[in-house]
Design a protein around this ligand. Structure first.
Ligand code: ADP
Length: 408
């Protein structure tokens, strides 16, 4: 159907975006004429007895407990509800399904139309992202089976960073590690960075090609990216999403010899240490919780570990802003996004604190004001503007997937 239908066919269709994780499935549906949001939701704790499905649509919001023993049933239930609420007539009549795929390796720098051969190529990238890729691929397989004939497009978190220059992506390791094993900085959160950069250009009322931006995507996973003229020129995450700033449960930058020291001293094996670095470190490792709201509550109650965790996390952000100011030479705006970046005024303050030297002047009243909209939080006389821009990765994936199938 995809091959024979003209461009107009797509204009009548809806776009589904899927973000399939190991125990969760996030989804959003857009009309493809204007990418208008129609519905969205999430199945959480897939495989657990207390899993649940939440759906929000123009007509309301609802939650169903016990929704999904596995990913297949999760997606079937999502489709059932989308059709029941008249959001989608039939899954096979979607215009396109856009999939968030964490790692595209060096091979995939643009969106990828899924077929048997490309799916197999994607499978071969699993060693680069063993914690994320299997679930991403499962989502693609299931959607392909349930939406027969609908084009499936993989959109990669790494793709936006393919513009990094070699000086930023190459690790100072023996050349064979790159040539034979593709060890390099790839960078992640690219879809989010692309989205907020475009929004920032709109607010700054200048072409993105003229702008130098530093984007801080601070969610459970967190990264900082230097964007020059709409292109990523450096980013804090590396070959995997472990490197860089302090995250919920991931350590970010550490001395690369720490894992070896720990393995020798404790007898922990590779898997156990990898697990520790990804799931037991970061804020969680520093103070026992990886959720910023909990950390903040504990810090406010006088917990010294939680206070130190905030200090370590904020200081690391500030160092990255300083480093990327140097990399860019001139900065037009610093952008905060994702759960912490959008909501945590104190972390924004810590990240910008003392950077007046670089022309970065936060306005404490604007920064402290509650809000969920796109907003400027710098002083009027700040040479570098500071913005809070809520991210919408799914909208960006929908846009990319739609562009891709209508121009392919
Ligand atoms: P991800 O998409 O990477 O799972 P999110 O972008 O949803 O993560 O961000 C989750 C983080 O944002 C958590 O640490 C959470 O505590 C934090 N967060 C959400 N709301 C607030 C808030 N009001 N104040 C401080 N932190 C918040």
């Amino acid at each position: 159907m995809y091959e024979v239908c003209p461009r107009l066919w797509y204009l009548l269709m809806k776009i589904l975006v899927l973000n399939c994780g190991s125990s969760s499935l996030k989804f959003k549906v857009f009309s493809d004429r204007d990418l208008y949001w129609l519905a969205g939701g999430m199945v959480e704790r897939i495989g657990q007895p207390d899993s649940r499905l939440r759906l929000t649509w123009a007509g309301g919001e609802n939650e169903w407990p016990g929704a999904a023993p596995d990913h297949r049933i999760a997606l079937q239930r999502v489709f059932h509800l989308l059709t029941q609420h008249d959001i989608v007539a039939d899954p096979t009549q979607l215009g396109v399904v856009g999939h968030r795929v964490v790692h595209g390796g060096d091979r995939f720098r643009t969106p990828l139309l899924i077929d048997a051969a490309s799916l197999e190529e994607l499978r071969q990238l699993t060693p680069l992202a063993p914690l994320h890729h299997p679930a991403n691929l499962r989502g693609i397989e299931l959607a392909t089976a349930l939406c027969q004939g609908v084009p499936q497009v993989a959109v990669f978190d790494t793709a936006f960073h393919h513009t990094l220059p070699p000086r930023a992506w190459r690790y100072a390791l023996p050349a064979w590690t790159w040539h034979e094993y593709q060890v390099r900085r790839y960078g992640f959160h690219g879809t989010s960075v692309q989205y907020v950069s475009r929004r920032a250009a709109k607010w700054l009322d200048r072409p993105i090609e003229e702008l130098n931006l530093i984007v801080l995507h601070l969610g459970n996973g967190a990264s900082v990216t230097a964007v020059q003229g709409g292109r990523s020129i450096d980013t804090s995450m590396g070959m995997t999403p472990l490197e860089g700033v302090v995250m919920g449960t991931r350590c970010g930058d550490i001395d690369a010899s720490v894992p070896f020291y720990l393995m020798r001293q404790t007898g922990l094996d590779v898997t156990a240490v990898e697990r520790m670095l990804f799931f037991e470190s970061g804020l969680h490792g520093l103070c026992g919780s990886g959720d910023m709201r909990t950390v903040r509550a504990h810090a406010a109650a006088g917990d010294a570990d939680a206070q130190l965790a905030l200090d370590v996390a904020g200081y690391r952000l500030k160092k990255y802003i300083g480093a990327y100011s140097a990399a860019l030479g001139r900065v037009d705006a610093v952008i905060f996004t994702a759960g912490i970046g959008e909501n945590d005024a104190d972390m924004r303050q810590r990240a910008c604190n003392g950077l007046e030297l670089f022309g970065i002047h936060l306005d404490s009243a604007r920064n402290g004001a509650e809000g969920t909209d796109e907003r400027c939080v710098s002083r009027d006389d700040s040479p570098v503007q500071i913005w809070v821009i809520p991210t919408d990765e799914e909208l960006e994936i929908a846009r990319i997937a739609l562009d891709f199938i209508t121009t392919a």
